[in-house]
Each structure stands twice: as structure tokens, then as C-alpha cells.
Design a protein around this ligand. Structure first.
Ligand code: HEM
Ligand code: HEM
Ligand SMILES: [Fe+2]
Length: 485
């Protein structure tokens, strides 16, 4: 059945499930931006919404919504490719459908609780029902257990489908990585009264997720995406994937040490963390070379220009935001001054956006192409200005915001740390300097620009390719002069 250019009912079951995951992801992305704007506004007007929606709540919703929507984006992408890659239908459709609804209901309850009950004493009871107090993964204990069960169900479906069908290099890496990703979550689930110890384990989730298992996951998604958008050769893509994964785990696991510098862990972490995290940009360079190599080899000829543009944005964004911005502050000699300033926040924003937002958006464009009945999504299609402007506004906004935060962080490192010697008084002196205050204004201005870009992107998701009638072209090499556009 075709509904105004959308053939949702012709999708396979797993692909329809992906569309659901992507939809929730985008709703949460929008929520993330709105709560970011509220938190940013509170830097400018500190009593704005005081006692109604406090800064800690806005900040928590902002970053938790981000983690959850990115996970939804990854799960959606995995469900999208699992049947294509394995050659058989999903093994447990009922379980998969139920998991989606249970997970989404749990997320909704957690967010509502975040918004309405976040003050009062903390005890065992609040740990179970209200908030576990671990930045980025604040969800209460009951939700943690629920999330683990849902992840086991999703894992069963993904691994089971590959077992029932065929394996490939991509699916092998993907399945092993999912075990690591789910396993690490357990490290953030137990309670200790010792803060350094608590932080020690918490970083296992946070750092080892974003700098190891998430990176490997997007490596798999990227590999599949390059085959689909460019017709890249599987053997080459898989070889690159193995190289990237080896480098990523080689540097990212001990790179964990860059979070152990100042939390009361033994001093040897200064050397280990400094050395291995300095190596972390190398796999990210490999990913850029890989994407550009593939795109160049196929003369950037692609069936899906928006998806390709966002895949390339991913390669560069990951390298700049995670690699370069991370590297800048990763040596202990430098991190002593920059630690916990807006410098970290600048890196946090550029890295999450560059590495993960981009790839999920690329994948959604792949899904949309299928939804429209496998049409050719070119740079010249009807309404192409929307995806181009959305891409531009989101990137200008994000880069502008990151530079504003970097300036603020630079100023804090100098005034508060180097000159003021990290005293309490210097802490406030750092935050009343005009350079800091102006940067907070710039952050808001670029944040508004970004939000406009996101709204345009969402509109484009609903309309892109709807008017297109030209079918997708074969991308098999060699196609030399055959394909235009
Ligand atoms: C996509 C990958 C990455 C993401 C999403 C990411 C994200 C983040 C975030 C959000 C923080 C702030 C954490 C907090 O709340 O304290 C952070 C801190 C940090 N990141 Fe990354 N990062 C990534 C990769 C890297 C890489 C490759 C390096 C090193 C080359 C790096 C070096 C650091 C360092 C040194 C800190 C500590 C900052 C401080 O002392 O305050 N990151 N990262
Ligand atoms: C409208 C745009 C946005 C605004 C106004 C905004 C604002 C903020 C604010 C005010 C904070 C708290 C900073 C602090 O505690 O000093 C924050 C934290 C954070 N935001 Fe955003 N944000 C926006 C978009 C995004 C996007 C698109 C991402 C990622 C894709 C993101 C990722 C993060 C992260 C990872 C943190 C924690 C940083 C850290 O702990 O160092 N934000 N944001
Ligand atoms: Fe890290």
C-alpha cells in the first residue's frame, strides 16, 4: 500500500520497528535541544525558572535524553540492517515489538519523574525509584534492571537472526560489540559510598561506551552504509572495519585513564591515561581516510546524497570533535588546567554531535529512501534545499557553539586555574569575566540556530523524496561514465 509516497506497509517487520525507534529518537532529540536551551538560558538569567525547572533538572534531561535517543538511533539502525545482512527474517518479532513498547514506556516514566520529583533527601528508596545520581545515566535502579532485560531481548533477536541466516564480517563485529556494550552497563549499577570508587566504575560505562563500544558500533553501521550509499566493495569495507576496531580497542581501553587523573586513583594513571588517550585519534583518522577513500573511488556518485553527506560529516565530525578536541585536553599536564571547565563541555558537544548525531541522521535518510519506494535521492531532487540548509544550520550552530565554549574554557583555565590558583574565589572570578559571559550569549545564539536547523531536518524527514519518481540506480563498479548526478 502506498500512502502519499510512503510505503510503510511494504517494509519488512524489522524495518517498521526501526521506523518506530527512529521516531522516538527524533522526539527525544528535539526535547534534548529544548532542555539545552533552558539550561543555557539559566547561565544568562540564573533565577529563570528557579524552583520550577531547576538547572540540575534541565541539564539532566538534556544529557539523558541524548544518551537515550542515540541508543534508540543505533537500535533502529541495527534492526534496519539485520534482515538484509543475515538474509532471513527477524527470529522473534513478537518479543521485538513488546521490547520496544516496554522500553519506551519506561523511558517516559523516567523522564516524567525527572521533571516532577527531584528535590528532597536521597536514600536507598530514592536510588531505586527516583534517581541513581550518576551523570548521563541517572535512571533509577528499577529502570536500570528493565533496560538490561530489554537489551538482552534485543540481543537475542539480533544475534539469533544472524545465527538463523548468514554471518558476515560486519555482523560478527556487531554482535561481539553488543555483548561488550550491554556488559559495561552493569558497571554503573551497583552502589558504593566511596566517591572515587563510584566514579572509577562509572567511567567504565561512560568512557568505554563512547570511546570504545559506541565507536565500534558506528563503525559497523558506517561500513554497511558505505556499501549501500556508494556500492563500496564489501571486502574492502570489512578490512577497514577490522583495522579500525583493533586500533579503537587498542587505544580506547587504557585511554580510560584520562578520567582517572584527579579522582583519587593511583598516580600511574597519569602516564597510562596520557599515553594511550593520545593515541585515540589514530583510529578516527583511519575512519576519515576510509570514508573519503570509498567516496573518491566511486567519484562521490551515490544514490542517496543526503545520507552520503551525513556519512562524510560523521567521519570528519568524529575526527574533529572526539579526536582533535579530545586530544587537546588529554595530556595530564594540560588537563590539570582544563579539567571540568567549559573546555570539556566544548569537546563533549562537538564529539557527541560529530560522532553520533551525524551517523543516526545518515541512517534515517537511508530508511526514508526505502519508505519512499527506493527512489533516487539526489542533490537536485525536489526540495533538496531543505536537507542542505538543515545540514548547514546544524553544523554552523554546533561549530559556533563549540568555539564559544572553547573560548569560555580557555578563559577559565587561565583566570581560575593558572592565575587564580583554583581557589573558590578564583572559581567565581573565572565565571564573571566578560569573555566567559559573552561566550554564554554566543552559545545561546548558536543554540537557537541549531534548533532551527533541527526543525528543518525533521520537516525534511517527513517530505524528502516524496515527489521523486526516478528509481534508484545500480551502483556496482565499474560504472565509469554511466551514472550522472
Ligand atoms: C565520540 C567519542 C567521544 C565522546 C562522545 C566524548 C565525550 C566526552 C564528554 C561528554 C566529556 C565530559 C565528561 C564529563 O561529564 O565530565 C568528555 C571528557 C573528556 N574527553 Fe571525551 N569524548 C570522546 C572521545 C574522546 C577522545 C578520542 C579523547 C582523547 C583523545 C577524549 C578526551 C577526553 C578527556 C581528556 C576528557 C576529560 C575532560 C575533563 O578533564 O574535564 N575524548 N568526553
Ligand atoms: C540548543 C542547543 C544546545 C544548548 C543550548 C545546549 C546547552 C547545554 C548546557 C547549558 C549544558 C550544561 C553545561 C554545564 O553544565 O556547564 C549542556 C551540556 C551538555 N550538552 Fe548541550 N546544548 C545543546 C545541544 C546539544 C547537542 C546537540 C548535544 C549533542 C549531540 C549536546 C550535548 C551535551 C553534553 C554531552 C553535555 C554535558 C557536557 C559536560 O558535562 O561536559 N548538547 N548543554
Ligand atoms: Fe574519555
Amino acid at each position: 500500500m502506498t500512502l502519499g509516497g510512503i510505503n510503510y506497509h511494504e517494509l519488512s517487520f524489522a524495518q517498521r520497528l526501526s521506523v518506530k525507534y527512529f521516531t522516538v529518537a527524533m522526539v527525544l532529540f528535539l526535547a534534548q535541544m529544548l532542555f539545552g536551551l533552558l539550561a543555557g538560558a539559566q547561565f544568562l538569567w540564573p533565577d529563570f525558572l528557579f524552583g520550577v525547572l531547576d538547572f540540575n533538572v534541565n541539564r539532566m534531561v538534556h544529557i539523558n535524553a541524548m544518551v537515550v535517543w542515540m541508543l534508540y538511533g543505533f537500535i533502529g539502525s541495527i534492526f534496519w540492517l539485520v534482515e538484509d545482512e543475515s538474509g532471513v527474517p527477524l527470529v522473534g518479532p513478537r518479543i521485538a515489538e513488546a521490547t520496544f513498547w516496554v522500553l519506551t514506556l519506561a523511558v517516559t516514566v523516567v523522564v516524567v519523574v525527572y521533571l516532577v520529583v527531584q528535590s528532597g533527601p536521597g536514600n536507598q528508596w530514592t536510588l531505586w525509584l527516583i534517581n541513581e545520581g550518576r551523570e548521563y545515566i541517572e535512571a533509577p535502579r528499577w529502570a536500570d534492571i528493565g533496560i538490561v532485560l530489554c537489551m538482552v531481548a534485543i540481543f537475542y533477536n539480533v544475534a539469533g537472526t544472524f545465527v538463523a541466516g548468514r554471518w558476515s564480517g560486519i555482523s560478527g563485529v556487531l554482535v561481539l560489540d553488543l555483548i561488550a556494550l550491554a556488559g559495561l552497563y552493569l558497571a554503573g549499577m551497583f552502589y558504593t559510598t566511596n566517591l572515587p570508587m563510584d566514579q572509577y566504575w562509572w567511567w567504565w560505562v561512560i568512557h568505554l561506551w563512547v570511546e570504545a563500544t559506541w565507536e565500534v558500533l558506528v563503525g559497523c553501521i558506517m561500513a554497511w552504509g558505505l556499501i549501500k550509499t556508494l556500492g563500496a566493495r564489501r571486502r574492502i569495507v570489512t578490512t577497514w572495519l577490522y583495522i579500525e576496531v583493533a586500533l579503537m580497542f587498542g587505544s580506547g581501553i587504557l585511554g580510560l585513564g584520562h578520567h582517572y587523573f584527579w579522582i583519587g586513583t593511583p598516580e600511574y594513571w597519569l602516564g597510562i591515561g596520557g599515553f594511550f588517550s593520545a593515541l585515540e585519534p589514530i583510529p578516527l583518522v583511519a575512519m576519515v581516510v576510509h570514508a573519503v577513500y570509498d567516496a573518491g573511488r566511486h567519484s562521490f556518485r551515490s544514490n542517496n546524497h543526503p545520507a552520503l553527506a551525513w556519512l562524510i560529516a560523521h567521519a570528519f565530525g568524529n575526527f574533529l570533535g572526539a579526536g582533535v578536541w579530545g586530544f587537546m585536553q588529554t595530556l595530564p599536564q594540560i588537563n590539570m588546567y582544563t579539567h571540568g571547565t567549559q573546555w570539556s563541555s566544548s569537546h563533549g558537544h562537538l564529539a557527541f554531535f560529530g560522532a553520533y548525531t551525524t551517523i543516526v541522521v545518515a541512517f534515517i535518510y537511508l530508511a526514508i529512501q526505502r519508505l519512499r519506494g527506493d527512489v533516487w535521492m539526489s542533490a537536485g531532487m525536489d526540495g533538496a534545499w531543505r536537507w542542505k540548509w538543515a545540514l548547514a544550520l546544524l553544523h554552523i550552530g554546533m561549530v559556533g557553539m563549540s568555539i564559544a565554549l572553547l573560548i569560555a574554557g580557555y578563559e577559565q583555565s587561565f583566570v581560575e586555574r593558572a592565575v587564580g590558583g583554583s581557589t573558590w574565589q578564583a572559581y567565581f572570578a573565572g565565571q564573571t569575566q566578560p569573555w566567559f559571559v559573552q561566550a554564554m550569549w554566543w552559545r545561546m545564539a548558536f543554540g537557537v540556530l541549531m534548533t532551527a536547523g533541527l526543525v528543518l531536518l525533521l520537516v525534511d524527514f517527513l517530505r524528502a523524496g516524496a515527489q521523486e519518481t526516478r528509481p534508484i540506480k545500480s551502483l556496482a563498479l565499474p560504472q565509469a561514465a554511466a551514472a550522472g548526478g
